[in-house]
Design a protein around this ligand. Structure first.
Ligand code: ADP
Length: 472
């Protein structure tokens, strides 16, 4: 609720000086600082002086407005000047210059009179006076009259000077800030130029790097193609003479041919086995070269894994293995899948043969499971053999790579089985992963899409297990 502080009629120049004086005193007593007091005094005397110029009598009301919706969250010292009579728009515009000095300003015109209200907010730390304190303030300020016009002018001058000082201080501060800002701007510009230069240099470097990378990739691709061509050509050229040697040996050893001495027989035996090894190598090289060249097309058909498993357990019975090693084929409980049965048989045969080769005593197991979510069949060939050290697990898929180990001496091989298996798996649209631990065994997992190549859901996690896995 608004608290009435003072009311005073203004009719003469002397009254004008008096209200000026009073508003300053009131403001000071309510905790407003020097600059605020001057603002109020200037605004009030300007509005009152103009009103007096137009209308015969002006009344000034001083009041304390508590915090409220219209006025803000702090109490305000409100000054209302009212007069009977009519003022025009030009007048309102002229007194409007005082608006900028106030926190709140309003003009209310009616057919009978005009009220101009102006208010300044009390400082945040100001304590709102009690009724009793207000009575004291009122008693002190009411009798205050302005001094003589000369004294009032001197006071006016003092205020002006102090205002000028404040303005000067503000100007100096502004100038300082401006020059600081300019310096900062220059610094920022310099930094920007430097960074732009660096960025440009980095960009150039990255572009050059990419160009080199592209070139290297092209070179690598060309080299790989040349390698595949070379392998294919050499193997092709080798196959004919080696086949001829094998044929000739068979002819010489034919019982219908001339009898041979025991030494000759032994020597021929040696030639025959060497030629067979060579022929196997040449054939594997040819297979791999063909798979790598992309010329190997799968013949897709609906395949029952149970049939493939049965064939494998039949044919692999003849594969040499240690006496203590068994091959276990778990019956597959998976749906039919669209794939190339010959390729799939080759892949599994390779993996099982390896398992048997590298398991001196224990078990090699072939199993399959269906991953319904990914529409994949996962085939696993696991053994309890010698295992593969972690740093070799990727390399075993490289051509000719064989793990160096003691056990090596007793087994044969070309180092082409796994790279070929991986190529075939890729042609069938699947992936092959390896999990292995030296001394505990290895598990090769082949994941194939049930609906054929090109329909696989990406296998994000890959098979997991107690052993480390390598995706090949
Ligand atoms: P290889 O004809 O030598 O078997 P592969 O490409 O099939 O050629 O295998 C490469 C090498 O990977 C093998 O020589 C062997 O060192 C290692 N390896 C493959 N399978 C196994 C396995 N099941 N257990 C241990 N080592 C294996």
């Amino acid at each position: 609720m608004t608290l009435q502080l003072l009311r005073r009629a203004v009719t003469t120049e002397q009254d004008l000086f008096a209200v000026r004086h009073q508003v300053r005193q009131l403001a000071a007593r309510l905790g407003l600082g020097g600059q605020d007091q001057i603002r109020l005094a200037v605004a009030l005397s300007e509005v009152s002086r103009r009103l007096l110029g137009e209308l015969p009598a002006v009344v000034v009301d001083f009041s304390l407005v508590p915090p409220g919706q219209d006025t803000g969250e702090r109490p305000m010292l409100m000054v209302q000047t009212s007069a009977e009579g009519i003022v025009d728009d030009e007048f309102v515009e002229a007194v409007g210059v005082t608006r900028g000095l106030m926190d709140w300003w309003d003009v209310d015109r009616s057919p009978t009179g005009v009220v101009i209200s102006m208010a300044r907010m009390l400082p945040a730390n100001a304590v709102v006076p009690t009724e009793a304190e207000i009575a004291t303030i009122r008693a002190e300020v009411t009798p205050l009259m302005a001094g003589t016009p000369i004294e009032e002018l001197a006071e006016h001058n003092r205020q002006l000077l102090s205002t000028l000082e404040v303005v000067q201080a503000h100007r100096d501060e502004l100038l300082r800030l401006n020059s600081e800002l300019e310096e900062t701007n220059q610094g920022v510009m310099a930094l920007y130029t430097e960074l732009s230069g660096e960025l440009e240099a980095t960009n150039r470097g990255v572009v050059a790097l990419y160009a080199e990378l592209d070139q290297r990739t092209d070179q690598a691709r060309a080299a790989n193609e040349a390698k595949s061509r070379f392998l294919a050509n050499v193997s092709h050229e080798l196959r004919a003479p080696v086949t001829a040697i094998v044929g000739l040996v068979r002819l010489i050893r034919d019982p219908r041919s001339d009898p041979l001495t025991p030494e000759q027989n032994d020597e021929l035996e040696l030639i025959d086995s060497s030629a067979h090894s060579l022929l196997q190598l040449v054939n594997e090289l040819l297979d791999l070269a063909k798979a790598e060249s992309g010329k190997l097309e799968p013949n897709l058909e609906s395949v029952r894994l149970a049939d493939i498993f049965a064939t494998l357990s039949g044919t692999l019975r003849a594969v040499p293995r240690s006496a203590g090693t068994v091959l276990v084929v778990s019956p597959p409980r998976v749906p039919e899948l669209i794939t190339d049965p010959i390729f799939l048989t080759q892949i599994l045969r390779n993996l099982i043969t390896n398992g048997l080769k590298f398991t001196p005593a224990g078990e090699v197991r072939l199993a399959a499971e269906y991953d319904e979510d990914r529409e994949q069949v996962r085939l696993t060939v696991s053994d309890t053999g010698i295992g593969i050290p972690p740093d070799e697990q990727e390399r075993v898929f490289e051509e000719f790579h064989q793990v160096r180990q003691q056990f090596r001496a007793t087994v044969t091989g070309t180092g082409l089985g796994l790279p070929y298996a991986r190529q075939l798996v890729r042609i069938l649209g699947g992936s092959i992963t390896l999990a292995s631990e030296p001394g505990r065994g290895s598990t090769f997992t082949v994941s194939l899409p049930v609906r054929g190549p090109g329909t696989a859901t990406p296998d994000i996690e890959g098979p997991t297990g107690p052993l480390g896995t390598v995706d090949a």
